[in-house]
Ligand binder design. Structure first.
Ligand SMILES: [Zn+2]
Ligand SMILES: [Zn+2]
Length: 94
């Protein structure tokens, strides 16, 4: 569980990308993609980014194993039509 980068390192890598590759004019999402490529962030299939693995696995458990768009809550049975709807759904469980 120690393989994810600590927050300070994530910021360092982000700054590194901004400084060295600013001329390429990365958009916010491109910087996120670059951080995922470098292993500083973990990206779920639904598009949510995580800094550490425990949070990622906690979130991942909310996806139904057979259908990532279905809620894993047994009493819920909600199936979203897309990932955006899926993410909005989880605010209702809080
Ligand atoms: Zn997800
Ligand atoms: Zn649900």
């Amino acid at each position: 569980m120690n393989s994810s980068a600590p927050p300070c390192q994530v910021e360092h890598i982000a700054r590194d990308i901004l400084m060295t590759e600013a001329s390429k004019r990365f958009s916010g999402s491109q910087i996120a993609d670059e951080l995922v490529r470098r292993g500083a962030l973990i990206k779920c299939d639904c598009g949510i980014l995580f800094r550490d693995q425990p949070m990622y696995y906690l979130h991942k458990s909310q996806h139904n194993e057979k259908n990532p768009l279905a809620c894993s809550n047994e009493k819920c049975n909600f199936v979203a039509s897309d990932y955006k709807e899926f993410m909005v759904h989880f605010f209702k469980h809080k």
